[in-house]
Design a binder for this molecule. Structure first.
Ligand code: 3PG
Length: 385
C-alpha cells in the first residue's frame, strides 16, 4: 500500500481517518492511549505543511443524528492542551470546509452522518471531496467497512496508510507470520463465545495458550470441576475440550473466589477442585498465576488479549498483575491489544515494557484471526490503481 510518508503533503488538503474512540466521562477523556498513538501522524502532516483534517467516530450514537454525549469536543480539548498549533472542531463540513495550513480541524463524530455505518456511496464521495489526500490511520476501526474508513478512500484522489496503521500492521505481522518460538498467547476476558474464532486461529500458531478470566472458568468446568456460580459457558464446554485436545493449555491449579460480584467482596484462595456452589471464581490463585508467569518467562513471542481476572476489583487483580508483569519482564517480542488489556497495562504502569501495544480491540482480534480488514483491502486496491 502507499504510505503517508511516501507523499509530499505540502499545501495539500489532507483528511486523516483516526480512531479517537476513547472513553469519555463527564466531558473528560479518561484514557488517552489512542490519542497519544494518533498524535505523531497529525504532527507529521502539520509539519509537512498540509491542511490537516481529522475524522473519527466516538461511541455508538443512534444512526445519523447528533447526540451531545458522543461529541468529539472532549477529544478536541484534550488534543488542544497537548499541541502548540490551533485545534478546532467543525460540525458542519459535508458540503465543504476551509482548513488552513498549520491548524488542525477535527470533524465532528462521523457517526452523526446518515450513511456512515452503511458505507453509503454519496456520503463517501462527500468525505472524499474534502481532500486531496485521504489517510487511513485508524487501525482500531480498520475492521469496519464504513464510509469514513472505506468508501472515502475509494473515491479520494489519493488514498494511503498513515504511520500508525502501518506500524500496527507491521508489528502484528511480525508476531504472527514468522514468530520466534516458543510463542505463547494469553487470552482472557469474560467469554469463550466472543473469542472462539481467535482461539481457533491461535491454536494453529501458538505453542502454548494461557487462558484467563471467565474464559478459563469454562475450561475449568470442561476439566470436570465445579465452578459454582462463576461466569462460564456450559454450552461451550465441548469447544473447550476440543481446544484442549489440539493445544497445550496449562491447567488451573488454584483460584480466588468470592461470594458476590463486587469490589468489596473478600477473596478466598481455593484449590480448583474445592469451589463451592455459592462461590464464583474471579481470579487466578497464586500458584496458577506463578505457573503462567513461568511459562511466559520462557516465551520468545507473546500475544496478550484480555485480563485474567476481575482486575478492576483490587481483591481480584493479582492474577492479571502477575501475568502483566511477567510479560513486561520477559525478553519476548510481546504484543498486547484490547481495551481492558490496555487498561490493565495502564494500571500497573507497564506501557514502556511491552514491545508493541495495539490500539485495536475488535480490529486486533480480527487481524489475529487472519481476516482481511476492509480498510486495508481498500488501500491495497487503490495501490494497484
Ligand atoms: C473499537 O473501539 O473497537 C473501535 O473504535 C471500533 O468501534 P465500534 O466497535 O463501535 O465500531
Amino acid at each position: 500500500v502507499i504510505k503517508m510518508s511516501d507523499l509530499d503533503l505540502a499545501g495539500k488538503r489532507v483528511l486523516i481517518r483516526q480512531d479517537l474512540n476513547v472513553p469519555v466521562q463527564d466531558g473528560k477523556v479518561t484514557s488517552d492511549a489512542r490519542i497519544r498513538a494518533s498524535l505523531p501522524t497529525i504532527k507529521a502532516a502539520i509539519d509537512a505543511g498540509a491542511k490537516v483534517m481529522v475524522m473519527s467516530h466516538l461511541g455508538r450514537p443512534a444512526e445519523g443524528q447528533f447526540e451531545a454525549e458522543f461529541s468529539l469536543q472532549p477529544v478536541v480539548d484534550y488534543i488542544a492542551a497537548q499541541v502548540d498549533f490551533p485545534v478546532r472542531l467543525a460540525s458542519d463540513y459535508l458540503n465543504g470546509l476551509d482548513a488552513n495550513a498549520g491548524e488542525l480541524v477535527v470533524l465532528e463524530n462521523v457517526r452523526f452522518n446518515p450513511g456512515e455505518k452503511s458505507d453509503d456511496e454519496a456520503l463517501s464521495k462527500q468525505y472524499a471531496a474534502l481532500c486531496d489526500v485521504y489517510v487511513m490511520d485508524a487501525f482500531g476501526t480498520a475492521h469496519r467497512a464504513q464510509a469514513s474508513t472505506h468508501g472515502a478512500g475509494l473515491y479520494a484522489p489519493v488514498a494511503c496508510a498513515g504511520p500508525l496503521l502501518a506500524a500496527e500492521l507491521e508489528a502484528l505481522g511480525k508476531a504472527l507470520d514468522n514468530p520466534a518460538r516458543p510463542m505463547v498467547a494469553v487470552v482472557g476476558g469474560s467469554k469463550v463465545s466472543t473469542k472462539l474464532t481467535v482461539l481457533d486461529a491461535l491454536s494453529k500458531i501458538v505453542d502454548q495458550l494461557v487462558v484467563g478470566g471467565g474464559i478459563s472458568n469454562t475450561f475449568v468446568a470442561a476439566r470436570g470441576h465445579n465452578v459454582g456460580k462463576s461466569l462460564h459457558e456450559k454450552d461451550l464446554i465441548p469447544e473447550a475440550k476440543r481446544l484442549m485436545d489440539t493445544l497445550d493449555i496449562p491447567e488451573t491449579i488454584d483460584v480466588r473466589v468470592g461470594t458476590e460480584f463486587s469490589d468489596t467482596a473478600v477473596a478466598t484462595i481455593k484449590s480448583v477442585d474445592q469451589v463451592a456452589d455459592n462461590e464464583e471464581i474471579m481470579d487466578y490463585g497464586p500458584q496458577t498465576a506463578e505457573a503462567a508467569a513461568e511459562i511466559l518467562k520462557g516465551a520468545k513471542t507473546i500475544l496478550w488479549n484480555g485480563p485474567c481476572g476481575v482486575f478492576e476489583f483490587d481483591n481480584f487483580s493479582k492474577g492479571t498483575e502477575v501475568v502483566a508483569r511477567a510479560i513486561a519482564e520477559s525478553d519476548a517480542f510481546s504484543i498486547a491489544g484490547g481495551g481492558d488489556t490496555l487498561a490493565a497495562i495502564d494500571k500497573y504502569g507497564l506501557e514502556d515494557k511491552i514491545s508493541y501495544i495495539s490500539t485495536g480491540g475488535g480490529a486486533f482480534l480480527e487481524f489475529v484471526e487472519g481476516k482481511v480488514l476492509p480498510a486495508v483491502a481498500m488501500l491495497e486496491k487503490r495501490a494497484k490503481g
